[in-house]
Design a protein around this ligand. Structure first.
Ligand code: NAP
Length: 311
């Protein structure tokens, strides 16, 4: 029996992947999406999305992603689950090794996104799940009426600090500089919260705890040797993200930080392979830009099938 060759294979089911899938399925290209865990990507851990157009008043991240999925289903997008291990170029088609099995496709769109960066200090790894977390939306409610800390100065840290303030008795936002990177609107809201205290110019050097969980952080004043202890029962890391493209390191051109290099039309260094969303090197990581990328990649895959493969 000959093996199916899909027209388009999409790796990753966040906003970029689902948009690419919507475009290619609607164009009647046989499309398979491969997702590792759950569809929706990082947006699934966002309580309220306020800057995606069309939803005045905001929309919950999971609700928005459910709409994306429903929309793709209208056009017959196929979805399977598994971990992609390798991508092989065979000229007129590509082979993806997924959990040891090959899946074939004429074009591939990589939308694997990014995951939270680790702080890499002593105690962090040992206490994951016992007070150390990378997702306030997922774990914040476990920390009722106790002091917690969030590390970072970007949009994620600001949003998650406000989410944590709903439950915790006190939220310390620990930032390594004297200025936040978060947008002005989020900063205004953050500074207006009586429960949140920003600890400027501080670095976390150690997470302290035991089998019962985290009980303190050791902080250092940036650029000095001055150390202090901060009593908290939870610490949330929000220090940015790293791209999920490790499995492509020897296959595609990546930046030093591991982002996939593409041109403006989302083409990677391998013909017929496109990248969209947070996994590709670009200036702005937003749902709106992931959606834009997904649309471009979907259309470019269709164009490649027609112009390069004569399909
Ligand atoms: P980010 O913007 O890259 O910010 C990371 C923060 O962590 C920075 O303040 C950085 O400090 C700090 N940091 C990085 N490495 C550190 C380390 N080793 N130790 C201590 N601090 C460290 O990351 P993000 O907040 O996760 O946001 C990622 C992207 O998603 C951004 O483009 C953001 O705009 C977007 N986003 C948007 C929204 C929204 O639109 N509502 C919500 C969430 C995220 P420095 O400032 O000193 O570099």
């Amino acid at each position: 029996m000959t093996q199916t060759i899909y027209d388009v294979l999409i790796i990753g089911g966040g906003p970029a992947g689902l948009t690419a899938g919507l475009y290619t399925s609607r164009a009647k290209l046989r499309t398979l999406m491969i997702e590792r865990m759950i569809l929706g990507g990082q947006v699934m851990t966002t309580t309220k999305v306020e800057n995606y157009p069309g939803f005045p008043g905001g929309i919950d991240g999971p609700d928005l992603m459910m709409r994306f999925q429903d929309h793709c289903q209208e056009f017959g997008l196929e979805v399977t689950y598994g971990e992609v291990e390798n991508l092989i170029d065979r000229g007129d088609h590509k082979a993806l090794v997924v959990d040891g099995e090959e899946i074939l496709a004429r074009t591939v769109i990589i939308t694997t996104g990014a995951e939270p960066r680790k702080l890499e200090v002593p105690g962090e790894q040992e206490l994951v799940g016992r007070g150390v977390s990378y997702c306030a939306t997922c774990d914040g409610a476990f920390f009722k009426e106790v002091p917690v800390a969030i590390v970072g100065g970007g949009d994620t840290a600001a949003e998650e600090a406000m989410f944590l303030a709903r439950f915790a008795s006190k939220v310390y936002l620990i930032h390594r500089r004297d200025q936040l990177r978060a947008t002005k609107l989020l900063q205004e809201r953050l500074f207006a919260s009586e429960k949140i205290e920003v600890l400027w110019n501080r670095e976390v050097v150690r997470v302290e705890g035991d089998a019962r969980g985290v009980h303190a952080l050791e902080l250092r004043e940036a650029g000095t040797d001055k150390k202090e202890a901060l009593a908290v029962e939870g610490v949330f890391m929000a220090i940015g993200v790293v791209p999920k493209a490790h499995f492509l390191a020897e296959i595609l051109d990546l930046t030093e930080e591991g982002y996939i290099l593409t041109d403006a039309e989302c083409r990677t260094s391998m013909p017929g392979v496109f990248a969209a969303g947070d996994v590709r090197k670009k200036i702005l990581k937003q749902i709106a830009t992931a959606v834009g990328d997904g649309a471009v990649a979907g259309i470019m895959a269709e164009k490649y099938l027609v112009e390069e493969l004569g399909q």
